[in-house]
Design a protein around this ligand. Structure first.
Ligand code: ZN
Length: 277
C-alpha cells in the first residue's frame, strides 16, 4: 500500500506519463500544447485534430493534447475536438527560408515511368509507417540528436529543384562522415526499414501514441523490424544513399502523422535558426 502511494506521488504508475511537453509553438510544422481542462485524476480524454487522434498527456495536473501541425496547415483558428466539445487554438504564421538546388541527374528531378511507379509504391509504405499510432505513450517527449554534425538543410525549407517547386523540407539534415553511428532519438520499436528512391536506406522508430521518428540516407542499417531500441542505441550509420548531394542524416519527427520541427523536442537547441530573415 505504501509503495502504491509512493508510486502515485512520484507518478510512477505504468502507462501514465507525467510529461515534459515541448514548447507550445502553434505554427505550421510546429506543436500545439492544449489544456483540455480535465484534471488528470479523471479518465484520459480522447482528442482529435483534423479528424486524427492526437497524443494526450498529463501535464501540470491537467490532460493536455500535444498536436503536431502540418507544414501545409492554414493559419487561423482551429480546434482540438474532445468527446463533449472542442478547445480552440490559433495557428500562427511562421516564415521558413527558401532554397534553390541544381541537380545534374535529370532522372532524379523528372523520373521516368518505371521510377515513378517505384516512388508511388514506396510512398504508400512510408505513409503507413508515418501514420503508425500504437497504444501506449512515449516514454518521453524529449529527443536527443541522433548524430552529431553540422546542421545543413533546416526543417521547413521551401525548396526548388532545378527551379521546380518541391515539398518543403520535412526534416533536419545533419552532415557527418559516412559510417558515423546514428542513435535512436528515443526508446521505441523499429516498425519499418527499407531502401527508397528518394530517402535511401531508411529506418522508422515508433515511440508510441503517434510519435514516430525517421532516419534516411543511411550507409548501413543495423536494426530490423520489431527490434526494441533504447534512447541513443545505434540503429545504423550516416551515408549518402537515395537522392543526396553528400553524406548526411535526414531526420524527421512525426506527431499524429504530421512532420514537425525536430528541434522543438531537443533540449538546448534553437528551433528558430531556420527562419527567413
Ligand atoms: Zn533532408
Amino acid at each position: 500500500m505504501r509503495a502504491m502511494i509512493l508510486a502515485l506521488v512520484l507518478g510512477l504508475i505504468p502507462g501514465h506519463l507525467l510529461a515534459t511537453v515541448p514548447e507550445h509553438r502553434p505554427v505550421p510544422g510546429g506543436v500545439a500544447v492544449v489544456d483540455l481542462g480535465t484534471p488528470s485524476d479523471e479518465a484520459r480524454p480522447t482528442a482529435h485534430h483534423d479528424e486524427r487522434p492526437v497524443l494526450v498527456v498529463d501535464h501540470q495536473g491537467h490532460w493536455h493534447a500535444v498536436v503536431g501541425i502540418g507544414l501545409d496547415a492554414e493559419t487561423g483558428t482551429t480546434a482540438v475536438h474532445i468527446e463533449d466539445g472542442a478547445v480552440e487554438f490559433t495557428i500562427e504564421h511562421r516564415e521558413y527560408a527558401e532554397q534553390r538546388i541544381t541537380l545534374d541527374d535529370d532522372e532524379q528531378v523528372s523520373p521516368g515511368e518505371e521510377t515513378l511507379e517505384r516512388i508511388r509504391r514506396e510512398h504508400a509504405e512510408i505513409q503507413r509507417a508515418r501514420d503508425t499510432r500504437s497504444d501506449g505513450e512515449p516514454a518521453s517527449l524529449q529527443l536527443e540528436l541522433p548524430v552529431e554534425g553540422r546542421f545543413t538543410s533546416p526543417f521547413g525549407l521551401r525548396r526548388y529543384f532545378n527551379d521546380q517547386p518541391r515539398n518543403p523540407h520535412n526534416g533536419l539534415d545533419i552532415a557527418n562522415d559516412p559510417g558515423t553511428p546514428i542513435g535512436s532519438a528515443a526508446s521505441g520499436e523499429v516498425i519499418e526499414t527499407g531502401e527508397y528512391f528518394f530517402n535511401g536506406k531508411t529506418v522508422f522508430v515508433d515511440h508510441g501514441g503517434g510519435f514516430v521518428t525517421m532516419y534516411c540516407h543511411m550507409q548501413d542499417i543495423d536494426v530490423a523490424n520489431g527490434d526494441r531500441v533504447e534512447r541513443g542505441e545505434r540503429i545504423g550509420t550516416v551515408g549518402a544513399t537515395g537522392r543526396v548531394t553528400g553524406p548526411h542524416l535526414h531526420w524527421t519527427v512525426y506527431l499524429n502523422g504530421e512532420a514537425v520541427d525536430p528541434l522543438l523536442f531537443v533540449e538546448g537547441e534553437d528551433a528558430d535558426f531556420n527562419e527567413a530573415d
